[in-house]
Design a protein around this ligand. Structure first.
Ligand SMILES: Cc1cc2nc3c(=O)[nH]c(=O)nc-3n(C[C@H](O)[C@H](O)[C@H](O)COP(=O)(O)OP(=O)(O)OC[C@H]3O[C@@H](n4cnc5c(N)ncnc54)[C@H](O)[C@@H]3O)c2cc1C
Length: 424
């Protein structure tokens, strides 16, 4: 078994990084080379802006190269829950931003010729318990009528054509998609460079200050100045950006990938070949890879650490869950096991905007594989003086009480959700 992201292992390496020391003056400096930062930089470079990306590790090192590969439309919340919290107008605007995010990615891939197996697969939200299906039906009735007619309810009988397991029905979101995240992130970085952006890898920003509207960024490879800065560091945000660290909760999420399944095995497990999530609070998500591996993920343990030891422990829990859901795969070889940090907010709504002289987009709360490209481009548009289409504009973002970067409270949150899963 390899302890490396399947996406990292099966994508070409990015070879367009700048040589030499970090120096010079730029219109915009972007911190972080994940989807948010790269999409923002590409958008700015296309408009003729002099833009640089500073990445502590390498392109796609963070969540963008480690995720589950789902481009799901639909919110982290139920539509009814979001409507109650945000009001109908903002809930619909946010929901539609997720739809638009997938369209944005589809268009970008076509424009840049990125070969990353993008496919409109549709997503299934699978009811793990009969009561959960009742909740799905209630949500579906409002959602389908008010916001997303491209949704359908599937009965347990319909599901036999989709997922061979024991779920109690599902909601199908037809617009959802999947792609190869490693090939996309490298393609996006290459596109940004082609349009004129400079990318420095291995350039961690260690200090930042602003004087008279000019930002100075000190990195491990030298320093530069910039008129604008975009913080696109998600769950990997470092201590020197304390305002964001108090608002982003970095939560470990983990994945395993089986060996490639043969066609008979695919039919015996996932004939529908869609992205799938179940309804447990400590839930699981899965899909098939382009070479038919089952890529199966979940929070597994409420850990704030992802390293080989932590990933291995989580991988063992994920194998148990996989075999519980698909007993027909008992004993299957696991070829990959990896993890990463998810950029959660306390209310699980994303945020983008301008704070203390810094532009930002982050906090996608498990729905960032698609939103990050879209919001990254929106932040770029705001810098370019174009209309602000941010659905979370002016929505308050208070610090998490008692949180300064290391989420010490995660085990307690895990216990709470475990109890909820037993009772509900
Ligand atoms: C295991 C896992 C599974 C997931 N599955 C899904 C999914 O299936 N669908 C979905 O929609 N979302 C999913 N997500 C979430 C999604 O991947 C993220 O929300 C999204 O990739 C965030 O992109 P980003 O560019 O904002 O941040 P990242 O990709 O995390 O990039 C941030 C970058 O900033 C760099 N950085 C940080 N600090 C500094 C500094 N001081 N100087 C320089 N560089 C710095 C980091 O090295 C990193 O490369 C998942 C996440 C994880 C971890």
């Amino acid at each position: 078994m390899k302890f490396v992201s399947y996406w990292h292992d099966t994508a070409p390496a990015f070879a367009g990084g700048a040589e030499g020391p970090v120096s010079g003056h730029f219109d915009v400096a972007v911190i972080g080379a994940g989807f948010t930062g790269l999409a923002a930089a590409r958008q700015l470079a296309r408009a003729g802006v002099k833009v640089v990306i500073l990445e502590a590790e390498c392109v796609g090192f963070g969540a963008s190269g480690r995720n589950g590969g789902h481009l799901n439309n639909g919110l982290a919340h139920s539509y009814l829950g979001a409507k109650a919290e945000l009001g109908k107008e903002r809930a619909i605007a946010l929901y539609h931003a997720l739809d638009d995010s997938i369209d944005t990615i589809e268009k970008l891939i076509a424009e840049e010729g990125i070969d990353c197996y993008f496919r409109r697969s549709g997503k299934l939200k699978l009811a793990s318990k009969p009561k959960h299906f009742e909740a799905i039906v209630r949500n579906f009735e409002a959602l389908n009528k008010e916001c997303d007619p491209d949704t359908a309810l599937l009965s347990p009988e319909d599901l036999s054509q989709e997922v061979v397991s024991s779920f109690h029905g599902a909601m199908l979101s037809k617009k959802s998609a999947m792609m190869h995240m490693g090939r996309y992130v490298v393609g996006l970085a290459e596109a940004a460079v082609r349009h004129g952006a400079t990318i420095f890898e291995g350039a961690a920003v260690t200090e930042h200050h602003e004087t008279n509207g000019v930002h100075t960024l000190q990195t491990t490879r030298g320093s530069l100045t910039a008129a604008n800065v975009i913080v696109a560091t998600g769950a990997y945000t470092t201590k020197n950006f304390a305002w964001f660290r108090r608002r982003i909760i970095a939560v470990g999420s983990f994945l395993i990938a089986t060996r490639a399944l043969n066609e008979a095995e695919v039919q015996a497990v996932m004939p529908g070949n869609r992205t799938c999530v179940n309804t447990m609070n400590i839930g699981n998500y899965w899909r098939l890879s382009p070479d038919n591996r089952l890529i199966f993920g979940g929070r597994a343990r409420f850990s704030a650490t992802s390293d080989q030891r932590s990933d291995e422990k989580s991988g063992a829990i994920l194998r148990e869950s996989l075999e519980r859901i698909f007993p027909q795969l008992k004993g299957i070889e696991i070829d990959y096991c990896w993890g990463g940090l998810v950029d959660m907010t306390a209310d699980r709504y994303p945020r983008a905007g301008f704070q203390d002289g810094l532009w930002y987009a982050m906090g996608y709360s498990g729905h960032g594989a698609q939103l990050s490209t879209h919001l990254g481009m929106m932040v770029a548009d705001a810098i370019l003086g174009r209309a602000d289409r941010n659905p979370m504009q002016n929505y308050p973002w208070p610090a998490v009480p008692g949180h300064f970067g290391k989420p010490w409270f995660l085990p307690l949150v895990g216990m709470f959700y475990k109890a909820k899963d037993m009772l509900e």
